[in-house]
Design a protein around this ligand. Structure first.
Ligand SMILES: [Mg+2]
Length: 225
């Protein structure tokens, strides 16, 4: 038995900036803030961490009421941005997921910094949601290593996974490689996000590729049958 935990943005799909745009709209509609968000890094980070930085930068109190108003506005706006931004499923992803889904000894989950509902909206927009039976999300965690631990724990709760099962993490950032190591996973790094092959190679993933377009090769790399 093997467990594959997939990142979303830059790994499975590119939303064309829909997530960031929805956050900017939410900031403006809820707090009246327009202004720079460029200085705040997003790749590989959790939505909790990103929004905390945004609120701090703009002097918004980090209070529960502000959080729920912001998240509601973000989730309300996200479908519109997904529909209008011209994002795409990254090369090879649809075929790869369809083939891996056929493997009885492999189960797929998510390991993403997205809010859980944001992840659902993004994947559902591209009809990729049904491949994944659980995972870890960025609602509460600041550190991606904690999302990795939560993801694996959730998968163990949902599926019977033997303690010696192989775990794989698939992502597009150095933070994905690092969090994979935090749960003793093998890591596949793919350079379809913001990070170059060289950036990712420096993190020493177990397998590194430009994209997933060579599906036959990827099917040899991934575990299970
Ligand atoms: Mg990513």
């Amino acid at each position: 038995m093997a467990v594959c935990l997939f990142d979303i943005d830059g790994t499975l799909l590119s939303t064309g900036g829909a997530g960031q745009a929805a956050m900017e709209v939410a900031l403006e509609s809820v707090f009246g803030i327009t202004g720079p968000t460029e200085g705040i890094s997003v790749a590989g980070r959790t939505d909790r961490a990103i929004v905390t930085d945004l609120m701090k930068f703009h002097d918004v109190e980090d209070a529960d009421a502000n959080w729920s108003r912001f998240v509601d506005a973000y989730l309300e706006r996200l479908p519109h941005e997904l529909a209008s931004r011209g994002g795409l499923i990254l090369p090879g992803v649809e075929a790869l997921l369809a083939e891996l889904n056929r493997r009885e000894s492999l189960t797929m989950g998510l390991l993403t910094g997205n809010f859980r509902r944001g992840a659902e909206l993004k994947l559902a927009h591209y009809q990729l949601h049904d491949y994944f039976c659980g995972g870890g999300f960025g609602d509460d965690h600041f550190d991606r290593d904690d999302v990795a631990k939560a993801s694996l724990a959730d998968m163990r709760e949902k599926k019977e996974i033997p303690s010696d099962a192989e775990v794989w993490v698939i992502g597009d950032t150095p933070a994905d490689v690092k969090c994979g190591r935090a749960i003793n996973a093998n890591v596949v790094a793919v350079a379809t996000g913001l990070h170059s092959i060289d950036d990712l190679e420096a993190c020493d993933p177990d397998f590194l590729c430009e994209d997933f377009s060579d599906v036959d090769l990827m099917l040899e790399i991934f575990p299970g049958e």
